[in-house]
Design a protein around this ligand. Structure first.
Ligand code: HEC
Length: 151
């Protein structure tokens, strides 16, 4: 196969040295860029948010779950991540985004109810029962390459 599936992590020194992940699509279509600022301000809060009847993502995913989603543990007394931890989280989470079909990424399909198009089973529960759920839409916007703080 000549189809190139390149995942290039480039540290772009555009003033603030924000890491940008450029995903080269097979066939040479426009590369999708996963934005760090959007991740930090809009994706990370999803991992710490409480949803009724469910455990927060961070309560499981800062420990080994035998999955690739291993987020940084908070520093003692902290309620969120510092800059260095956020960048490590970013590097972890981008690996759960499919360069070929971002919207079908594990990150989006695993916590989404099967009836809404998600995959069959997530040990941490199904956190969204619709692709219209506001948080799921934020995840979808990010994997599609939306940039900057969204709120
Ligand atoms: C109660 C604990 C628990 C909670 C809460 C939880 N998870 Fe999980 N998660 C797991 C376990 C255990 C696995 C590995 C087994 C599996 O795939 O179901 C997993 C696997 C995953 C994977 C697959 C990673 C891979 O290696 O492909 C993703 C993505 C994921 N979880 C995302 C989330 C997100 C996003 C949230 C919050 C919306 C969340 N999880 C909440 C326990 C949890």
């Amino acid at each position: 196969m000549l189809a190139l599936r390149l995942l290039m992590v480039a540290f772009v020194a555009a003033g603030t040295a924000v890491p940008v992940v450029a995903v080269a699509q097979p066939g040479g279509s426009a590369a999708t860029q996963l934005d760090y600022a959007f991740f930090k301000t809009s994706i990370q809060p999803i991992f710490t948010a409480k949803r009724p009847g469910l455990v927060r993502c961070v309560q499981c995913h800062t420990h080994s779950t035998n999955s690739r989603l291993l987020l940084q543990p908070f520093a003692a007394g902290a309620a969120s991540w510092d800059e260095e931890q956020s960048r490590k989280n970013f590097e972890t989470v981008v690996r759960l985004v499919s360069p070929v079909k971002p919207i079908a990424s594990r990150l989006l399909m695993h916590p989404l109810a099967r009836a809404a198009g998600g995959d069959p089973f997530h040990a941490g529960g199904k956190h969204w029962d619709s692709q219209d759920a506001p948080e799921w839409r934020i995840l979808a916007a990010w994997v599609r390459g939306q940039t900057g703080p969204s709120r």
